[in-house]
Design a protein. Sequence first.
Length: 238
Amino acid sequence: MAWVAYAVLMLLVYPVRVIALYASLLFKNRERIEKPEKEREEDEGLQSLAFLYDSYENQYWWFEVFETARRLAMTGVLGAISQGSTLQLGAGILTTVIGLCVYCLCMPYIEIKDDILGVMTNFQIFLVMLTALVMKVGSGEGTGVGIFLIVLNALARVWCWWGSKILSSGKRCSHCHTQYVNKGGARNKEPAGTTGEELTTGEELTTGEELTTGEELTTGEIRATGEEQTTGDISTTG
């Protein structure tokens, strides 16, 4: 009996200690993690912690702590609740909704496709939990429950189809687009040709060869080059 009590205690302590360790390491190094990507890569002291923050935007250095806690809640905590009970399903739905809301509000990943995939998977888990709850509670309802389950199944299929279209095409919903434009990190990179470095370098944008030669300005070969405008052959002909 003593060993059973010890095992149960360690099952509770180990996950909590892992989360506490992650939180402590990330919090102590948060200022270094929030620096630009180039400076972070050159910081050798952060390389051992890269697996905790490398997938997320700088301001969401803490997100791995939340994600670890969410996974433990969905596996360990739910497993400790009586199997197949309404309480277990209700707790699962609540945990999933919290995770879904956090994903939608933060959109923490560097890659927009990872954000969309995270939202999709959380919603899928929510549908699974809701389906299980309806089947358990409404087992004697007959036709009504059957219709509701069909609707849920159709909704899940539409959701998967819509998400796969977004992931394959690269298109974004309006909320994702807003997040893409307004937030820093890799998503907020300026298109090629718009950075100050590219606009001010004479070699790329201000040289006479690129801006005034007839080869580059194909719509005004004769009018653009000073040579052609001043030659007697072109200016006096006609």
